[in-house]
Ligand binder design. Structure first.
Ligand code: DQA
Length: 147
């Protein structure tokens, strides 16, 4: 089973960016954590980060063709207003789990609205980078249950 992890804008800055909110670990550390978990879970994982909406859309559109069984996505700030990403998720027949490192519901009001969550199978928010690991386990279970 192959899973794609998509990270949106500013997530390349993880570790340097507002560490009090997003922690001190980098995107490379996230990749290591996920590869470690994947070995145990016998899942394959690829990570892709972009600051561009269109690049994220291209990845969503090509995911089925590339053999992914599901997607874990942190759309960053696009979460709160990108109808294009929402439509992109709705357009593909793959389960998507939305992840946020911070608890978006405990922050500014504008972060408590997600336009992408309603077209995802679920959302994990507020558990730091561990949220991606939780999402991976949940997605594997979901895909297996789907048959
Ligand atoms: C974020 C939360 C968003 O509100 C913010 O714009 C981000 C990161 C998170 O992972 O907590 O870039 O998605």
């Amino acid at each position: 089973m192959k899973i794609l992890v998509l990270n949106g804008p500013n997530l390349n800055m993880l570790g340097k960016r507002e560490p009090g909110i997003y922690g001190k670990d980098s995107l490379e550390q996230l990749e290591k954590n996920l590869h470690h978990l994947c070995q145990k879970e016998e899942v394959e994982v690829d990570l892709f980060q972009s600051n561009y909406e269109g690049a994220l859309l291209d990845e969503l559109h090509e995911a089925t063709k590339k053999g992914y069984a599901g997607i874990i996505m942190n759309p960053g700030a696009f979460t709160h207003y990108s109808i294009a990403l929402r439509d992109g998720i709705a357009a593909i027949d793959l389960p998507v789990i939305e992840v946020h490192i911070s608890n978006v519901y405990a922050r500014e009001e504008f972060r408590s609205k997600s336009v992408t969550a309603p077209v995802s199978i679920g959302q994990i928010t507020g558990f730091g980078l561990y949220g991606y690991e939780l999402a991976l386990l949940a997605l594997k279970q979901y895909i297996q249950g789907r048959g």
